[in-house]
Ligand binder design. Structure first.
Ligand SMILES: [Zn+2]
Length: 325
């Protein structure tokens, strides 16, 4: 098995611009403009490197924030960038056969897949893909929180020597980390790492959060909320089915509702919906103690957003018409 550490930079249209509103043949959160990769060798050293600049086809105008972050500007991409299919072909030729791909975080693989699909290219070669963060977290015992690459380098006392926000620089630093990990073991145990990542706490929860869980495979929002308020709505104390109140919608496809166990009282259920790569919905759910501040805020909001009780119109008496006098 060859271990290939990959990092990409991608361009995004300026929010609200014409390009941002123009529909694409298939969804793409960013168009790849730089692809960097470093091979990690079986003897735990860093091997050869690959780099390609890509000339964008859909998001041609560089987002000025991304240009300043990456140092990549339109003129250079026009002059030195390869068309995406050619960059991919060169990359695959450099990789060779039987590869496991590693990247820091989940974003790079998603963006790569979206770019491949948009260009009508094969995606199967990139199926063997791992988030090195999760392997790092398990093997260094450093909790389940997602860490910036710079944080992980600091934890391993690795001095960065290459530029950040450069695909090859980031791939190189990630490779230095990966070279110190037991990648074969990490990959063998990856399924477990993903589960514990999904069900673990990430440091963004409010006080009073009791459980975190992730569910997959819902056709749409009503199906997801029905499951969260129905068969999946279990009391954290006894596992019994709870009753759920009305879902209140919050920012960014988030919903919250109060739930109650007849024996253990009230809880707050918060869910966030997001699309999975197969097009179904995934639900990330947090359950809070009913006495927590978060639950209190939910109760207040439920009170406020309660539809105003319709005032009962007093029927005019038949003999007291307005013009009656
Ligand atoms: Zn209960």
């Amino acid at each position: 098995m060859q271990y290939i550490v990959v990092d990409m930079e991608w361009n995004q249209p300026w929010p609200g611009s014409y390009t941002a509103r123009k529909p694409l043949p298939s969804p793409m959160r960013g168009e790849i403009i730089q692809l960097g990769a470093v091979r990690v060798l079986p003897d735990h050293t860093v091997g050869d490197e690959f780099q390609a600049l890509v000339s964008p086809r859909y998001f041609k105008k560089m987002n000025r924030k991304i240009a300043s972050l990456t140092g990549l500007h339109e003129a250079r991409l026009r002059e030195e960038g390869l068309p995406f299919p050619e960059a991919v072909a060169r990359f695959r030729a450099w990789c060779g056969e039987d590869c496991a791909f590693l990247a820091w975080g989940f974003d790079d693989i998603t963006v790569l897949r979206e770019n491949l699909v948009l260009h009508g290219l094969d995606t199967a070669w990139a199926d063997n893909w791992y988030n090195a963060q999760l392997i790092f977290n398990v093997q260094t015992n450093s909790g389940s929180a997602q860490k910036a690459l710079s944080t992980a380098l600091a934890l391993m006392e690795i001095e960065p020597t290459r530029p950040a926000h450069d695909a090859l620089g980031d791939a190189y630093h990630t490779a230095l980390i990966c070279a110190r990990l037991d990648l074969a073991k990490g990959i063998a145990e990856y399924g477990g790492a993903v589960k514990s990542h999904e069900n673990g706490f990430h440091g963004a929860e409010l006080p009073g959060c009791l459980t975190r869980a992730v569910f997959h495979g819902y056709a749409d929002k009503p199906a997801a909320l029905a499951a969260m308020g129905g068969q999946e709505n279990r009391c954290p104390a006894c596992g019994g089915t709870m009753q759920v109140s009305r879902w209140l919608s919050q920012q960014g496809r988030r919903y919250m509702a109060l739930a109650a166990c007849p024996e253990h009282g009230q809880y707050l259920v918060r869910v966030r919906l997001s699309p999975d790569p197969d097009g179904t919905l995934r639900v990330s759910r947090l359950v809070y103690d009913g006495a927590s501040e978060a639950a209190k805020l939910c109760r207040e909001q439920a009170q406020k957003s309660r539809p105003p009780r319709r005032r009962r119109r007093r029927r005019a008496k038949p003999d007291a018409g307005e013009t009656g006098a």
